[in-house]
Design a protein around this ligand. Structure first.
Ligand SMILES: [Cu+2]
Length: 177
């Protein structure tokens, strides 16, 4: 009886145009381990926690050069999806792509990135050929995974620009004066 009322309410809401809400409203990723944007040691598995129970999960773990690192099929228990990792993962930036089906039958997709640091795994251990692995490590160092070094260079750039600007102003003043 209560279930019927809920269904009736949902049908009415749909008729009233509430169906215009974005697809992400059907459920959403609440948290993950590793967390989005986190820098971690090579994880043994990925855990994705959703706002609502989900089914038919698919999880893909990709390195910066497109190499795949998930192991086996993803499992969904209630609102938690887990996927094993084919590790250990070499250092680098990884993208987790996921797709689940919400309890209302609508598919929801998303992705997030995390960084592996301090790993002793050689890039060659990945399924990707060596040239791609090289690109992977180059992309990692250029994307400034360790923030502070990147900001140091930005700071130096600002100082250099200020010196150049000051020099030009000084030269102009000297010429006109
Ligand atoms: Cu839906």
């Amino acid at each position: 009886m209560k279930g019927r009322l809920i269904v009736a309410g949902a049908v009415m809401a749909g008729a009233l145009g509430v169906s215009a809400v974005p697809a992400s409203a059907h459920t959403s990723l609440k948290s993950s381990d590793p967390a989005a944007g986190a820098t971690v040691a090579s994880p043994q598995k990925l855990t994705l926690t959703y706002a609502d129970p989900v089914g038919f999960p698919q999880v893909v773990l990709t390195d910066a050069s497109g190499g795949r690192h998930e192991a086996g099929a993803a499992r969904a228990v209630d609102n938690v999806v887990t996927e094993s990792v084919k590790g250990p993962l070499p250092n680098g930036v990884y993208t987790v792509g996921w797709r689940v089906v919400a309890s209302d039958g609508h598919p929801v997709t998303g992705e997030f990135k995390f960084t592996v640091a301090g790993s002793s795994a050689a890039p060659g251990q990945a399924q990707t050929p060596p040239p791609s692995a090289f690109v992977s490590s180059a992309a990692k160092s250029s994307s400034g995974g360790g923030g502070s070094a990147g900001w140091l260079w930005v700071g130096l750039g600002v100082v250099v620009l200020a010196l150049i600007g000051g020099g030009i102003a000084w030269t102009r003043r000297k010429r006109t004066g």
